[in-house]
Ligand binder design. Structure first.
Ligand code: HEC
Ligand code: HEC
Ligand code: HEC
Ligand code: HEC
Ligand code: HEC
Ligand code: HEC
Ligand code: HEC
Ligand code: HEC
Length: 475
């Protein structure tokens, strides 16, 4: 099964003939370096599968060998003495950037590169305190096996070898010893580093799944995902050039919408380049807000990003269809923000600031309920709407938001108010403040149904609809 060893001439022919749109002027070599030949000779025996994967890769065609990746940029901070060579085990985005400058620059200025900075987040309290402890080399074994596998560890080396608490790790925002961030092999698995594999939705679905960001499930059960499943073999995934509407048209994958080229747009390694909302916080915000917090600079505003995404959609849909979709989506975000996100956040803040609940997250039931509302169900509703999966928008989404909001969160807040009033002193004062807000909230248009304050006309209209429904479906 061994791959063919390239002769100088064959390699040159490939270099000239391969019109791959690799940016940043990748370096093709006419022949494999003497160093890499030595690596290969040994590694055919010691790690044959790894060698075979490399042999089938486009790097092999370009004579980019083991040494060109593991041997460059080696210095005192990362060197491992290895059979007469100085190498480094972890090949970082910076190492790849020598030949792929543009993907590197785009990725480094994206949310993906910042994903390792989750210390101090609420989720991190879960990892280190609530779910875990710090007994694995001073870290939480849960964080090491869980969070950091997706988000990225802060790599440490000892005598050139990565330490056990920080590696293996291929997290999307890994902090590398050379100062670069992330890991290109998060998406381009070694040692084939293939674009075809990176374009598969499964590649993104490794991290983008589950109760707090079910993008994979949403996609798979949306029409776009169904079309992909039905037409996998017509997607031309292996083609170097992959322009939607030109090189394929059967279905969009995650890469199509978020990264790959259109007739107008080049491909991008900044996955935020086409996103006009950030639906991760308790209240959705424009991406400019969170980009500024993370120090991401020189990025287009949300309108330009939306225009870029629309350009993708319009390879397959007409303009009206797409702009109507966006209005529907905005409507849902506004609904969630106004009805549940903003008031929920405000109520929680008042309870906390007033000392009616402790400052410690997750030690009281109401902490968990508010977390579920925005972090799980509220996101499902918003993500479902953004990628066209109505079940996530409704049953997993706003239905569950409403259920927890009205049957747990509000009743619990009322109990805390009652207890506070009883306690007297500053607690009673705080409770009075929360109570005033609850009154205002529950009397607002969005919520007054809950306290029996629908107007007579509204009640009559509801009753009429119910009658019509019965008349239609009753035998
Ligand atoms: C004399 C044989 C030999 C040569 C030459 C050689 N290797 Fe290795 N290498 C090995 C063996 C054996 C291992 C251990 C394999 C294992 O643990 O399964 C290894 C391990 C490695 C590792 C993992 C190291 C670690 O500690 O995690 C890397 C990376 C590596 N080699 C890269 C290279 C590169 C790059 C070259 C060429 C510059 C090279 N090797 C040359 C035999 C060799
Ligand atoms: C295009 C760059 C590139 C080339 C060429 C390359 N590697 Fe790697 N190699 C990587 C990356 C990236 C990793 C993943 C390190 C990490 O981030 O965890 C890696 C990891 C490894 C590892 C350790 C992890 C494991 O899976 O066991 C070994 C051993 C290794 N490479 C050996 C080789 C050998 C031998 C060759 C040549 C046949 C080679 N590499 C060619 C980029 C490269
Ligand atoms: C399966 C992979 C995976 C695991 C495990 C995981 N996350 Fe995440 N996390 C993600 C993804 C993907 C996103 C972005 C979701 C989106 O864009 O909708 C995210 C988002 C976040 C955010 C929000 C970032 C922002 O921009 O607002 C924080 C904070 C976070 N995760 C912390 C954690 C912590 C702490 C843990 C462990 C307790 C953890 N995550 C476990 C994949 C993961
Ligand atoms: C989030 C997943 C992801 C990460 C991380 C990622 N890539 Fe990619 N990469 C892709 C996808 C998807 C494509 C295919 C784009 C297309 O369809 O043209 C691609 C394409 C490429 C190409 C082919 C030419 C091009 O520019 O489209 C190169 C080269 C490349 N990536 C290098 C890198 C390097 C270097 C890194 C690390 C700095 C990296 N990639 C990180 C997903 C990723
Ligand atoms: C010494 C230069 C060099 C380095 C270093 C390098 N590459 Fe490449 N890369 C190339 C060349 C040349 C090609 C095109 C080969 C061809 O088309 O035959 C290529 C192609 C690619 C492709 C497209 C593969 C496909 O299926 O079309 C990806 C993805 C990629 N490289 C990722 C990486 C990643 C990730 C790293 C770092 C781990 C890296 N490269 C390091 C030179 C390099
Ligand atoms: C190794 C895990 C991992 C993989 C693989 C991954 N992502 Fe992500 N992604 C994340 C995390 C974590 C975040 C949240 C980063 C943050 O904001 O802190 C994120 C954020 C995003 C965002 C939001 C960007 C923004 O600016 O708000 C998009 C869009 C995205 N990813 C798309 C993709 C696509 C498309 C792929 C596959 C080609 C992919 N991701 C592969 C972990 C991953
Ligand atoms: C048909 C195009 C399309 C496909 C296919 C698609 N997305 Fe999206 N995605 C969108 C749109 C549109 C948005 C919302 C953009 C906005 O807010 O303006 C979005 C938003 C996102 C976000 C941002 C969520 C947040 O927290 O704000 C992530 C992450 C994401 N998608 C990941 C994925 C992943 C992973 C896949 C594949 C499993 C995928 N997308 C497939 C169009 C697509
Ligand atoms: C590669 C082509 C392609 C791309 C790109 C694409 N779509 Fe689609 N989309 C389709 C097809 C085909 C259907 C199924 C049409 C049908 O028969 O109802 C579809 C269905 C839809 C639906 C109907 C969903 C439902 O459940 O009824 C919406 C809404 C939609 N697309 C919006 C978008 C938006 C917004 C974008 C860009 C973010 C986009 N599409 C990108 C091909 C595409």
């Amino acid at each position: 099964m061994r791959y063919p060893v390239l002769t100088t001439v064959a390699a040159f022919a490939v270099a000239v003939g391969g019109a791959l749109p690799v940016t940043g002027a990748p370096i093709f070599y006419n022949q494999l370096s003497a160093e890499s030949q030595k690596c290969v000779e040994c590694h055919q025996e010691s790690t044959p599968v790894l060698d075979q994967q490399w042999g089938e890769s486009r790097h092999h065609r370009g004579n980019v060998g083991c040494y060109e990746c593991h041997g460059v940029n080696t210095d005192a901070t990362n060197a491992l003495d290895h059979n007469g060579f100085k190498i480094h085990v972890i090949v970082t985005p910076k190492d790849c950037s020598r030949c792929h400058e543009r993907p590197y620059a785009e990725m480094e200025n994206s949310h993906h590169a910042k994903a390792g900075e989750i210390l101090g987040s609420l989720d991190n309290v879960l990892a280190n305190v609530v779910e875990g402890n710090k007994k694995f080399y001073g870290k939480s074994a849960l964080a090491v096996n869980g969070c950091l596998q997706c988000h990225g560890s802060e790599v440490r080396l000892k005598d050139g070898e990565p330490t056990v608490d920080t590696w293996p790790n291929d997290g999307i925002g890994r902090l590398n010893v050379d100062g670069s961030r992330g890991s290109c092999s998060s998406c381009h698995m070694r040692h084939t580093f293939s674009v075809a594999q990176a374009r598969q939705p499964e590649t993104c679905g490794r991290c983008h799944l589950g109760p707090d960001h079910p993008q994979k499930e949403i996609y798979e059960t949306s029409r776009h995902g169904i079309l992909y499943a039905a037409n996998k073999d017509k997607m031309n995934m292996d083609s170097s050039k992959w322009v939607v509407g030109v090189d394929y048209w059967a279905a969009p994958t995650c890469a199509t919408c978020h990264m790959s080229a259109t007739k107008e747009l080049p491909s991008t390694h900044d996955v935020g380049a086409r996103i006009s909302w950030n639906n991760r916080p308790s209240v959705s915000v424009r991406p400019e807000v969170t980009d500024a917090k993370l120090g991401l600079t020189d990025k287009p505003d949300w309108k330009q990003r939306r225009a870029a995404m629309k350009d993708v959609c319009q390879a397959c849909h007409n303009e009206k269809y797409v702009s109507n979709f966006y209005e529907q989506y905005d409507g849902l975000i506004q609904l969630y923000n106004e009805k549940f996100g903003e008031p929920g956040e405000k109520l929680y803040g008042l309870l906390k600031d007033g000392g009616l609940i402790t400052a410690q997250p997750f030690d009281e039931k109401i902490d968990w309920d508010w977390f579920l509302i925005w972090h799980h169900q509220g996101r499902q509703a918003r993500h479902g709407a953004s990628m066209m999966q109505p079940d996530y928008t409704h049953w997993h989404g706003l239905f569950e938001v409403a259920e927890v909001f009205y049957s747990e969160y509000i009743p619990e807040a009322r109990e805390l108010v009652a207890a506070g009033l009883k306690a007297g002193g500053t607690k009673a004062q705080a409770a009075g403040k929360v109570n005033a807000y609850l009154e205002e909230l529950l009397n607002s248009d969005n919520h007054r149904w809950y306290i029996g304050k629908l107007s007579a006309e509204e009640k009559a209209a509801d009753a009429k609809e119910r009658e019509a429904f019965k008349a239609r479906y009753a035998k």
